[in-house]
Write a protein that binds this ligand. Structure first.
Ligand SMILES: NC(=O)c1ccc[n+]([C@@H]2O[C@H](COP(=O)([O-])OP(=O)(O)OC[C@H]3O[C@@H](n4cnc5c(N)ncnc54)[C@H](O)[C@@H]3O)[C@@H](O)[C@H]2O)c1
Length: 343
């Protein structure tokens, strides 16, 4: 099969590309190497996803990305440095490659930065996503998997969070763009028979995790004996999902959508294991064998109190079977972290 993955040089995307290629599929990767975090990390992700040596001689951003684009091109893999906001550029790629299924992971991610840059989040996460759906409509592409987020649940008090819960109260622009994507996605499904699965990922971690996310950030700071920003009283909690489990959920969603028709589903992908901030830090401390220096700060606007996934729908519908408990996942993350450069 031919898959078009957006954001395939990012954290989750590079793992997905790696698995799709291992299964013998063809992958078209659209990623603009945005500056949310260093392009160097995305180059390394790209090389690792292709099973190539991740050591790279860096010069300048444009030159380096051009090199990686040309040197990785093969019969089964093509990378395009392409922005979702540029519909004409996207159209050229879609027409050239005629993918069977789209897995849309590119986005401006991150809750806190979305409060400072809401218009940009709207342009990328909503208009950029609509550009893809417009092309699916025009070119008759009928299978679409889309990254949504647990953040759509906002500060809902009923736990665990279930797909049927009311989610009209997002508390950050990022969450609002993800919820909006679910709604507009339904419209495209309804009008143009595009089979669609919206996956609500619950905080994903593991090798290649984005450097802005707490587990990665804290591991680096504790490792370097620097202070960690510790927001609130430590009782906020997250359902952390290990990357291999998320990839398993995406692959099973692809399988489901390809075998079924008339599909529009929203599915939680979490671990169903809730870890408090206190527990998260103490687990990293014990695996690194170092003590964190905590800089206590008030809760941040936009941050939710707790996430907790009800994953029964994922289990029943697509056979999702997460396996990695938090301690095992942190050990694997730290093992990867210790080998990294650049960080
Ligand atoms: N990591 C998590 O914990 C988490 C949780 C919930 C949802 N998600 C969602 O999963 C998806 C992947 O997240 P991730 O953690 O891998 O993020 P990431 O930032 O590592 O990957 C996203 C990729 O999209 C690319 N991108 C950004 N803007 C683009 C644009 N305008 N045009 C083309 N490419 C663009 C970036 O360069 C990046 O490589 C996102 O949609 C995110 O919102 C992630």
């Amino acid at each position: 099969m031919k898959y078009l993955v957006t954001g395939g040089s990012g954290f989750i995307g590079s793992h997905l590309v790696e698995q799709l290629l291992k299964k013998g599929h063809t992958v078209i990767n659209i990623d603009n190497f945005d500056d949310f975090y260093s392009y160097k990390i995305k180059i390394r992700n790209t090389l690792e996803s292709l099973g190539q040596n991740p050591d790279f001689q860096y010069h300048s951003k444009d030159e380096d990305i051009e090199k990686i684009v040309s040197e990785t091109a093969s019969d089964t893999y093509r990378l395009y440095r392409q922005d979702l906001r540029d519909r004409e550029g996207l159209e050229e790629i879609f027409r050239k490659h005629q993918p069977d299924t789209i897995i849309h992971l590119a986005a401006l991610a991150g809750v806190r930065p979305s409060i400072a840059r809401p218009m940009e989040y709207e342009a990328v996460n909503i208009q950029g996503t609509m550009n893809l759906w417009e092309l699916c409509k025009t070119l008759g592409i009928k299978k679409f998997i889309c990254a949504s987020s647990s953040s759509v649940y906002g500060n809902n008090e009923k736990i665990p969070f279930s797909e049927t819960d009311f989610v009209d109260n997002p508390i950050s622009p990022y969450a609002a763009t993800k919820k909006c994507g679910e709604i507009i996605g339904h419209t495209y499904h309804h009008l143009y028979d595009i089979d669609m699965i919206q996956l609500r990922f619950f905080t994903v971690y593991g090798p290649r995790q984005r450097p802005d996310l707490a587990i990665h950030k804290f591991t680096k700071l504790i490792f370097e004996n620097q202070e960690i920003p510790f927001y609130g009283d430590g009782n906020t909690a997250r359902d952390y999902t290990y990357i291999d489990d998320i990839i398993d959920g995406i692959l099973k969603s692809i399988d489901y959508i390809e075998k079924n028709f008339g599909v529009y589903e929203i599915i939680n992908l979490g671990e169903n294991e809730v870890i408090s901030l206190n527990e998260m830090v103490s687990t990293i401390e014990s695996v690194l064998n170092k003590k964190a220096i905590k800089k206590r700060l008030p809760m941040q606007p936009g941050d939710v109190q707790r996430t907790n996934a009800d994953i029964s729908k994922a289990k029943n519908l697509i056979g999702y079977a997460p396996k990695t408990n938090f301690l095992t996942g942190i050990k694997k993350f730290v093992e990867w972290f210790a080998k990294q450069s650049p960080r």
